[in-house]
Write a protein that binds this ligand. Structure first.
Ligand SMILES: Cc1cc2nc3c(=O)[nH]c(=O)nc-3n(C[C@H](O)[C@H](O)[C@H](O)COP(=O)(O)O)c2cc1C
Length: 185
């Protein structure tokens, strides 16, 4: 009996403490969302996810984006700022206060998939970080385009990480991701 009297309050206290801890972790959950046509942005997204112990979701554009014709229409859609149809997300954005968005550069623009994600979701209360990959040119203007779209509703400072092919070497990439994450936190 005596043991029960001691044990039950201790158990209840521990249980509520555990719940409070889980709650605070929930509040800080991070989702990395990215589009990648040929895997480069995906590789960076995975690395950021690992560093932050975040969840991750790939944006799937239902429009065909491979092959020479699709390459042309991809560029045209990006330049025109066209939206696309995304496969529905598996993640519930309501579960995340922090979202990191990744896109390839398409002729100085964000991809239609990422534009659609930004336009179709309410990001106003989220902390946002943006990263993007390119061969050589245009990543700054692409990321600025995303910032403009997001800033229409969200007044927070948005950390940016633009990566050229030459930045993807392990030692350079790790360094750049580390700086980006410091800024994001
Ligand atoms: C339609 C299209 C347009 C692109 N425009 C540029 C460009 O203007 N400058 C550049 O350096 N790379 C450009 N690229 C190359 C991609 O930005 C680069 O390969 C990127 O890292 C690919 O990411 P992903 O593998 O995640 O799809 C373009 C690629 C595509 C498909």
């Amino acid at each position: 009996m005596f043991l029960k009297i001691i044990f039950i309050p201790v158990f209840l206290f521990n249980f509520s403490f555990f719940q409070a801890q889980a709650g605070s972790q929930e509040e800080n959950r991070i989702l990395v969302v990215y589009y990648s046509r040929t895997g480069t942005t995906k590789g960076v997204a995975e690395k950021i996810r690992q560093e932050l112990d975040a969840d991750i979701e790939e944006l799937i554009d239902t429009k065909k984006r491979t092959g020479p014709v699709a390459f042309h229409t991809a560029g045209r859609d990006a330049r025109a700022g066209n939206l696309t149809e995304l496969k529905p997300l598996e993640a519930d954005l309501g579960d995340y206060d922090n979202i990191i968005i990744g896109t390839p550069n398409w002729w100085g623009n964000i991809t239609p998939a990422v534009r659609t994600f930004i336009v179709e979701n309410d990001l106003s209360a989220k902390k946002i970080g943006l990263f993007g990959t390119t061969n050589l040119t245009g990543i700054e203007s692409a990321l600025e385009q995303a910032v403009e779209l997001i800033e229409k509703e969200n007044q927070r400072e948005i950390p940016l990480l633009g990566l050229r092919s030459r930045d993807l070497r392990e030692e350079i990439l790790s360094d750049k991701i580390e700086k980006f994450i410091k800024e994001f936190k």
